[in-house]
Design a protein around this ligand. Sequence first.
Ligand code: SAH
Length: 225
Amino acid sequence: MKIFTAAREKMVEHQLEDRGIKDIKVLYAMRKVARHLFVTEALQSRAYEDCPLPIGENQTISQPYMVAYMTEALELKSSDIVLEIGTGSGYQSAVLAEIVRQVYSIERIKDLLARARKVFDELDYTNIATKNFDGTYGWKEKSPFDAIIVTAASPDIPEPLIEQLAVGGRLVIPVGNTSSQILKRVRKSEKGIEIEELCGCVFVKLIGKYGWGEDDNNSKGYLIH
Ligand code: SAH
């Protein structure tokens, strides 16, 4: 069985460090997590390429740089409790689990979650709890969260996620239409929330009560010029 150590090291140096990822906890996790184990065998040789890859059910595992960038933007501490919406392959959850105390991850597609869960168990990630549900509701029983990451594109910031963020907490989410978005960071303080725009990005749709409808295609009032 190939272990791809050299490919992973090259990915971290050229795709992450050379492009400005600096957080040592993020670089450590990206060096450690075996991305090829989160894709099908046919795609394993491409797992360290600079692009997203299909994971089935019309969904994708994000580009390594985007995973690292979003993780860095969360400004994580080892004692943090993190909520992820969109488990997908489980790769982003594993990267988070290398850094923080506990990860809660929600995925709406049952088969994807079952596959991710199997990998978590094989790799012994005991600090990732998952749920098959609409993540736009958040996970109230486990809140408040120090950080929340949404790995699918939303027309707006779901209100329950803001509510479930701890004071001092950070939420990172792609917001926009279904073809392109802006990655936003929300910070919650005693005084309220502050929203920053980080960069442009492209994600698959966040589908749910506070996201897009199943068949929506920019039907929530976004104009494309
Ligand atoms: N973090 C993933 C990226 C997966 S792509 C990875 O590292 O592989 C985004 C995922 O969000 C898809 O699997 C999709 O099914 C899921 N998703 C979309 N809307 C959702 C919702 N409302 N709740 C939970 N998951 C959702």
